[in-house]
Write a protein that binds this ligand. Sequence first.
Ligand code: FRU
Length: 480
Amino acid sequence: PPATPQYRPAYHFTPAAHWMNDPNGMVYYQGTYHLFFQYYPKGMVWGPMHWGHATSPDMVRWQEQPIALYPDSLGYIFSGSAVVDANNTAGFGKNAMVAIFTHHDPKGEKAGTSTYQHQSLAYSLDGGKTWQKYAQNPVLKNPGIKDFRDPKVSWHAPSKQWVMTLATLDRITFYSSPNLKDWTKLSEFGEKLGAHGGVWECPDLFPLTLNGKTYWVLIVNLNPGGPNSGSATQYFVGQFDGKTFTPLNDKTKWADYGPDEYAGVTWNNTGNRRLFLGWMSNWEYANQVPTSPWRSAMTTPRELGLRQVGSEIYLTSQPAAELRNITGKTTTLQNVTAKEPTDLTARLNSSTDKHRLTLSTNQLASFELVMSNAAGEELVLGYDQAANQYFIDRSKAGKNSFSPKFVGRAVAPRLSTAVGTELTLYFDAASVELFADQGLTVMTSIFFANKPLTAIKLRSAEGITFQQISSTPLTTEAAS
Ligand code: FRU
């Protein structure tokens, strides 16, 4: 087999070649997770958007499929969602898979109009393999709002209607429909709430329960204006009554504080599980990252939940259980005390840069975990007690001159007030995802080391003891 190109991830989805951005149309149907994605099949930078397509039995092992949607006379195919129309409300057929997406007309944009984004439909009668555009597109015409896009549609059982959550410049607009074709405006949300450092994009709305009570979570992606600059995913926790979203309060919260999770939304049709996937990049430098012949990967799949800390209710994101499908043999160390720099490489049998590391301590203190290679490149991550922040510092972790906006050190507040913690780190060829405090604080960061970072060291000036540290290689190749 041909050699794996440098930076090709082992277990994060990438297209074989060319440009990818947002995950689109994520829907589970008859044992298969469908992932569509913003795709430009003729280039390595953003261009006329198509919907690429991939399928998986477990959101971890992906098979790329033929392109699902091509640009047409109404424009490029921007982001959106997909549903399974079990009751044939749209009349395309029972169990039709229906994609609801934004048509973006580049001619209208160039001409300086403000009405070049509309919502349209396409449907598949063979479980997502082949697609037809609806002949009467668009189904929701632009009312004069420049940024009018990224419809997330799902069935709202209590009010027995489809609800569309749409990003409309600086706010969310909700619409409802009995048949996916005729849409009525319900309400607006957020003009004066949340973070507004950039345009609101790629929203999502779904229920989650906490202690037997149902809450509604509204995800709003934002670009720029994220906590570590550029693109990021904020969310609100509140109630949705079929018409209006009412947040519990106006605190700005982030689903992922790292620089490299964007456009994250959740799968439709997964029952009580709420599963999330994001694009693992940032518009600040996505078009310049040094990978070839593709650009961008998706994050790991994450299962969402709610947790209360003090009087606040937060979203938690944990690596989906399916990631266990790709684990190798775990090496576990007990009671590791780091005061002097402590090299764990040999004791953890660390020889691959694609692995999961978990560290648990019953007394969190400042520490640095240093991943390095023989070339002296270092990715440093850990916790700073004085600032009460987790951090990931990629400033010495390899290539970074491709963009001045490729920020070196990213930080995230620790939200948990517990004395101890467990940190889980998922490393792949060019990325790390940090899950702290059972998913209360999450950070995703990409990096481009010139040689794999396989050496593992701990440093802690104050001293810290981890009751347990374990390392598990991750591979999607069939076990031998
Ligand atoms: C978010 C986004 C969406 C848009 C798509 C275009 O990253 O800007 O708002 O639909 O990308 O590719």
